[in-house]
Design a protein around this ligand. Structure first.
Ligand code: ADP
Ligand code: MG
Length: 724
């Protein structure tokens, strides 16, 4: 026998998993599936009375308030559609500050007073729900006895049906607030910030002479990275199961050093899984587009086509739900943790962001000669200014115990937020510092020297993987977001800080235009922004120590290494000023968000400490002691037989056991600590507890390479990451 029975059965089960075919794209083409389960515009148009449809469409497209008289008609129509499709319940779906998705289900049935029941669904039930708010994090805004909370229908995000083996549920995207009106979710700030972004962006478009200006929306395309591991291994690892990451595990003989995983051929079971996820997401109208292997073994990525930001945020949550659920059907577990395995890359969620509308298109499209595209330069400069002024906030909003393992760890963007512009734009910004920009570097074509391959169009700038905030052609890509996080916080922040910047720019230009031509007013403004905020622009390698020195000491960019360093910015003066000015969140709500981040941070590390204590006490120590006894028996037997016994293995195991016991005692003692407030508690977890988790891990990982493999109690990295 080579491995323990528990591991052997996990290996056998993983190895014998067979995919059974459930999809037939030949019979029902993917285009036919698309949006099948969504109460989308097509369904609305065919089912709603014309006037109601028009009014609803106006609300969706222009943000105008919905005529309350329409709600009952819309509700009845949605109900009929849902019942025809087998729905029995409806659910208000919302995104509380846990970063997860929450849903409260209610049946359509109501007693008819004659012993039977009828399906009922009123406008009020569609528009408003009343989940208990006291059990969601509120950062001290709500006490347990103040329980009332409301969900409110977000008309701009379509209702959809979720199918289960035994039934169908109508899902209604909603915002979530407390009885006192405080915002308790991630959606509301997105919706509010989109509105103010629209107002400010239009002011600027007007200055550029546009007269027909449609509503300007932020757009978002979030790329999701994730790990997939066989569920048998997952269930045999309490750390992975409960903490979402392995708290132990020696490096396997082979990791990712051959770079043979990235864009590699997708394993069969995984590809079958991806097909099924995509089919389900198509039915839900989520425009998923790209799939591929990622850098680490067993790591993958899925990316959609971008959408209006608030819909993209809803869809992102749906993508996570579907990825997680379908994985179980394929005998796998989908892991979103930012750093589930030490020694190989962690996962992120690149948030691609831009702004645009139906009349002027993407406002961050530079065109072929960006240096004379004044409108583009103004919008681009506004973003750069915003990121420079609020780089600490962007860092703070992606702070978490799990993302701390990733940011700044030479595989993910550093914790210093800088902007990568690429050669072409960086050159233009350099020109702007001195006055007007006169030229744009060209991309051109590239010849491969073989006639059968046509010349390639070359971009004017290279890509840079080390930058946390990169301009990538016609959008910015915020790469520091963690793979398990909601994009809601960062998205609302981007909208808000860019709103503030656009407001500033519009004020400046409006004033200057009283005495200057547009061209001169813009040139002056761009020179000012390039000079004052150019410090945030960095095109080099963000991983180097020189950059960290330069960023912090020469350029004055904040380097907020851990969650506890970053979190205060969430409710700092400058953040509050921006969020309150545009009515996104109040000081109190921001303070609540800051405290929730800290609470979650403490809880996460506390749970990890619990698991470490439990696994060491009940798994690793017993196994090590048993092995020690085996070695001791051997030494005794050899001595009794008069053979010279080598005790080096026994000594090593004995010393590791001693070390493990003393580190464990330190951890147990550290947890007796009583903090006076949240920030002190968080500091304690960061400075006292986390280092002990690492030092304990080090001992256990050494034991793993010493103790007989047939008694090692949990699946190894090699098994988890490489048996597919
Ligand atoms: P890469 O991994 O090379 O960065 P992907 O194709 O995986 O690129 O992802 C790019 C993402 O950016 C996609 O989700 C895409 O839809 C999105 N995107 C493209 N244009 C915009 C835009 N104008 N606004 C927001 N997101 C965009
Ligand atoms: Mg990307």
């Amino acid at each position: 026998m080579s491995v323990s029975p528990a591991r052997q059965s996990a290996i056998s089960a993983a190895n014998s998993f067979r995919v059974t075919n459930t999809l037939a794209f030949k019979e029902s083409h993917s285009a036919a599936l698309y949006g099948q389960n969504v109460f989308n515009e097509k369904v609305m148009q065919s089912r709603l009375p014309k006037a109601v449809y028009k009014s609803l469409k106006k609300t969706i497209e222009t943000g105008a308030p919905l005529d309350p008289g329409m709600a009952d008609i819309v509700a009845t129509t949605i109900k009929d559609w849902a019942l025809e499709r087998g729905a029995t319940h409806y659910a208000h779906v919302f995104h509380p500050l846990t970063g997860l998705t929450a849903e409260k289900h209610d049946s359509f049935l109501e007693p008819d007073g004659k012993g039977g029941a009828i399906a009922e669904f009123s406008g009020k039930q569609l528009a408003q729900g009343e989940p208990d708010a006291s059990s969601f994090p509120s950062g001290g805004i709500r006490a347990t006895f103040e329980a009332r909370g409301y969900t409110a229908w977000d008309v701009t995000s379509p209702c959809y049906l979720v199918e289960n083996a035994n039934g169908v549920t109508l899902c209604i995207p909603t915002a979530f607030v407390s009885w006192t009106g405080e915002v308790l979710d991630t959606k509301t700030p997105i919706l509010r910030s989109m509105k103010s972004l629209d107002t400010q962006a239009r002011r600027i478009l007007k200055l550029f002479g546009h007269t027909n200006i449609a509503m300007v929306s932020a757009t978002a395309g979030p790329e999701q990275e994730y790990f997939l591991v066989d569920r048998n291994f997952y269930l045999a690892r309490p750390d992975l199961m409960t903490a979402g990451r392995t708290l132990f595990g020696a490096r396997p003989p082979k990791g990712q050093e051959f770079e043979d995983q990235y864009f590699g051929v997708i394993p069969d079971r995984v590809l079958a899984y991806m097909h099924e996820c995509e089919a389900e997401l198509y039915r839900l109208g989520v425009p998923v587009k790209t799939r591929h292997n990622e850098v680490a073994p067993s790591q993958y990525e899925i990316a959609p086509i971008y959408e209006t930001a608030n819909i993209a945020a809803d869809h992102q949550q749906t993508v996570m739900t579907v990825l997680k659920r379908v994985a179980r059907k394929y005998g796998m577990e989908c892991i979103f943790h930012e750093k589930p395995f030490a020694g190989v890359n962690g996962s992120g969620k690149h948030l691609n962001w831009s702004l645009g509308n139906a009349t002027q298109g993407n406002l961050l499209e530079p065109g072929h000669t960006p240096h004379d595209n004044m409108q583009f330069l103004v919008f681009c400069a506004a973003v750069i200014r915003a990121v420079h002024r609020h780089s600490g906030l962007l860092r703070a909003l992606v702070a978490s115990a799990s993302n701390d393992h990733r940011l700044g760890a030479n595989e993910a963007p550093p914790a210093i937020i800088s902007v990568y512009l690429g050669d072409q734009l960086a050159d233009i910004f350099e020109q702007l510092k001195k006055g007007k920009a006169k030229s744009s570097k060209k991309g051109g074509t590239m010849h491969l020297g073989v006639d059968v391959i046509p010349p390639l169009m070359k971009d004017a700038g290279d890509r840079n993987r080390t930058s946390p905030f990169a301009f990538t052609g016609n959008k910015f890509e915020f790469r520091a977001v963690g793979s398990s996080q909601s994009i809601g916080g960062p998205l609302a922040a981007l909208n808000t800080i860019v709103t503030e910047s656009l407001d500033y720019v519009a004020n400046k230009l409006e004033k200057a235009l009283k005495s200057k031509k547009l061209e001169d007013a813009v040139a002056e403004l761009l020179t000012e922004i390039a000079s004052e905020h150019g410090a945030v622009v960095f095109n080099g390698n963000g991983y180097t120590e020189e950059w960290h020195q330069e960023a912090e000491f020469k350029r004055g960019l904040p380097n907020l290494r851990t969650t506890i360093d970053a979190v205060p910015v969430i409710a700092a003066k400058q953040t509050v000023a921006a969020y309150e000015k545009y009515g996104i969140l109040t000081k109190r709500e921001l303070e609540a968000r800051r405290d929730i981040t800290l609470e979650q941070y403490c809880k996460t590390i506390n749970v990890e400490a619990n698991i470490v204590i439990e696994m060491v006490s009940t798994k690793y120590l017993p196994v090590a002691v048993r092995y020690q006894t085996e070695l001791a028996t051997n030494v005794a037997a050899l001595k009794a037989a008069g053979v010279k016994a080598d005790t080096s293995m026994l000594d090593k195991v004995t010393s590791l056991i001693g070390e493990l016991q003393s580190e464990l005692a330190k951890l147990t003692a550290a947890r007796q600590h009583h903090a006076h407030d949240l920030s002190e508690e968080a500091k304690h977890f960061c400075k006292d507890v986390l280092p002990l988790l690492s030092s304990i891990r080090k001992v256990v990982d050494t034991l793993e390479s010493v103790v007989a493999d047939d008694s090692w109690p949990v699946p190894t990295y090699e098994e988890i990451l490489f048996i597919k």
